[in-house]
Design a protein around this ligand. Structure first.
Ligand code: FES
Length: 154
């Protein structure tokens, strides 16, 4: 039995009230709401897929694409901005060949800007998943990008 069916089975009463809890649990299990998941939920709850998308897109919490394996966040708060966040972003965009807000093909890495993360004294800072990098330099970015690129499966 697949992950989606396992989640659906937990909700024995297939009423519409279960839509949000089901979507939340599927996302928790699989990381995002795939088209396949939406179709299965639609069949289970007898709700058209268009309605499910309408509900799910209303909430910020739902994702419709898989999360990247390495999620790089560049702080764009004032202190980081002054100390070079823009050139860090520029360097990352060029090296990874994606723009802020994008995910690389294959879902290996994504780039995003964040608000101040409260470590202004160590600016500029970035996060790679949950790992915090303070006082980031061009050399450090090279190291991080080399590491991410070494994870590309051949
Ligand atoms: S501005 Fe970047 S940590 Fe505060």
């Amino acid at each position: 039995m697949g992950q989606i069916e396992t989640v659906l089975q937990k909700f024995q009463t297939n009423t519409r009230d279960n839509l949000l809890p089901i979507l939340q649990e599927i996302q928790q299990e699989t990381g995002f709401l795939s088209e396949e998941a939406i179709i299965k939920v639609s069949g289970y709850l007898k709700i058209p897929t268009s309605k499910i998308y309408a509900v799910a897109t209303f909430y910020d919490q739902f994702r419709f694409t898989p999360r990247a394996k390495y999620r790089i966040k560049i702080c764009s708060g004032t202190a980081c901005h002054i100390t070079g966040a823009e050139s860090i972003l520029d360097q990352l965009e060029k090296k990874l060949k994606i723009k802020a807000g994008e995910t690389s093909r294959g879902g290996l890495v994504s780039l995003e800007l964040s608000q101040c993360i409260g470590a202004c004294g160590l600016a500029p800072v970035i996060l790679v998943n949950d790992t915090f990098y303070p006082e980031v330099t061009a050399e450090k970015i090279d190291e991080i990008v080399d590491f991410v690129n070494s994870k590309v499966e051949n």
